[in-house]
Write a protein that binds this ligand. Structure first.
Ligand code: NI
Length: 172
């Protein structure tokens, strides 16, 4: 178990564009070790997702851990060299938070239907359509690979603040 330090907004590395994982490294032992660290870190920080640049690794990788309810249960997955195609606008809004912006959340509009192509942790290519909340999480994590934070996507900054203060008005 290796929990890494999550860097926070203001650190210039969060604003960089991450580099693709070379084909030779897909499915490698070194990459699996990094993914294990990312899962450990995501779970220790209690996040729904974590992108590699958030632990200072400027590589196009993110992991997601979501509870899909009774049938599928908790599932964690790695997305390497992902590409996203937006299938469904207009967007809906929801409250987002980020481990690199601790203690805060903001209201962001995103598409609820995307197509994502990526390599999984074994180096296999996947091509799938994702809908709903999971599609939102994937877009949030994907943004990290291009140096974008959810705060950049908040249209109305009155809908941005500290969790403790927003509890009265999170009914949107
Ligand atoms: Ni984030």
């Amino acid at each position: 178990m290796a929990v890494r330090n999550v860097i926070r907004m203001g650190d210039a590395r969060l604003r960089e564009t991450s580099l693709p994982v070379p084909e030779n490294d897909l499915g490698s032992r070194e990459l699996k070790k990094l993914l294990r660290d990312m899962y450990d870190t995501m779970e220790d920080y209690d996040g729904a997702g974590l992108a590699a640049p958030q632990i200072g690794e400027l590589r196009r990788i993110f992991v997601v851990g979501l509870d899909h309810g009774e049938n599928r249960g908790y599932e964690k997955k790695a997305y390497i060299n992902p590409e996203i195609e937006i299938l469904n606008s207009p967007s809906e809004g929801s409250w987002e938070g980020c481990l690199s912006v601790p203690g805060m959340r903001g209201y962001v509009e995103r598409s609820r239907k995307i197509r994502i192509k990526y390599y999984n942790e074994n180096g296999d290519f996947e091509d799938t359509i994702v809908e709903g909340y999971e599609a939102v999480v994937l877009q949030h994590e994907f943004d990290h690979l291009n140096g974008i934070l959810y705060v950049d996507r908040i249209k109305d900054t009155r809908l941005f603040g500290f969790n403790e203060e927003l509890t009265q008005q999170d009914a949107i």
